[in-house]
Design a protein around this ligand. Structure first.
Ligand code: FPP
Length: 243
């Protein structure tokens, strides 16, 4: 396989981890088994991204819409999350990875919040890669939240309406300290964005694969990155201007 060019990596990679349920069903197992195995792919992918030199990795772990799943499945996902946070703090420290979370974090169970806050605090000075978990995350929710906060500042004369620009919007999103997304990967053959980082993907490249998330490994990540590196990102300009 072609080598990855370390000088042309996406600075911000975002992944929609999809297909855990189908992966489990294919083997006659319960959906929880798929999520458990999906957690293994999370670990491998986080380590590989850090090793390669990707600076920002954002994983769609739980959407605002996922609250509508059966109560048992939601509980399983929360338990897996707590377990992974407890178990992988050492991996994050060993790899110099900072943990961050975006979404309506207040809506998560206290047990998750506690573990999350602890790992975020303990890894806050790590510098190699920022791993962001999107939890109880919805892009529309994020935008509504930003509009409310900006409106409040306009009302209190902190910001003037004329001053509202892209930078002001960026500063009020959950992702205020992160660059725009360069590459979105979605597994499991679905070709949709499902309310993920709608503002931040304005100029992102997309890579869709049939592979189900629990089967996503180093080779699949490399395929996605090589595909990204073949693309010409024009940001609205012509090819000639880019070259
Ligand atoms: C999508 O598969 C996956 C999720 C909704 C959750 C992703 C969660 C994990 C990988 C495990 C825990 C996460 C961390 C960060 C440790 P699906 O259930 O929608 O699959 P399906 O479309 O085949 O039903």
């Amino acid at each position: 396989m072609k080598e990855i060019d370390k000088d042309n990596l996406p600075k911000h990679l975002a992944i929609i981890m999809d297909g855990n349920g189908r992966w489990a069903k294919k083997q006659g197992m319960l959906r929880a088994f798929g999520h458990e195995n999906g957690t293994k792919s999370v670990k491998v992918t986080v380590e590989n991204c850090a090793k390669l030199g990707i600076e920002f990795l954002t994983l769609y772990a739980f959407s605002t819409e996922n609250w509508n799943r059966p109560k048992m499945e939601v509980e399983t996902l929360m338990k897996l999350l707590i377990g992974a946070l407890k178990k992988e703090l050492k991996t994050l420290q060993d790899n110099n990875i900072r943990l961050n979370a975006i979404g309506n974090i207040d809506s998560l169970p206290n047990s998750v919040k506690k573990e999350l806050q602890e790992v975020i605090l303990k890894t806050e000075n790590n510098t190699r890669m920022t791993l962001t978990l999107a939890l109880s995350y919805g892009a529309r929710d994020e935008i509504i939240n930003a509009v409310k906060n900006i409106s409040e500042k306009v009302k209190n004369n902190i910001i003037s309406t004329d001053a509202i620009d892209e930078s002001i919007i960026n500063q009020h999103l959950y992702t205020h300290n992160m660059p725009d997304v360069d590459l979105v990967i979605r597994t499991s053959g679905e070709h949709r964005i499902s309310n993920f980082l709608l503002w931040q993907i304005a100029y992102a490249e997309f890579y869709f694969t049939e592979v189900l998330w629990p089967d996503f490994n180093e080779e699949e990540l490399n395929k996605a990155l090589i595909s990204y590196q073949k693309r010409e990102r024009r940001f609205g300009k012509t090819s000639e201007q880019i070259r």
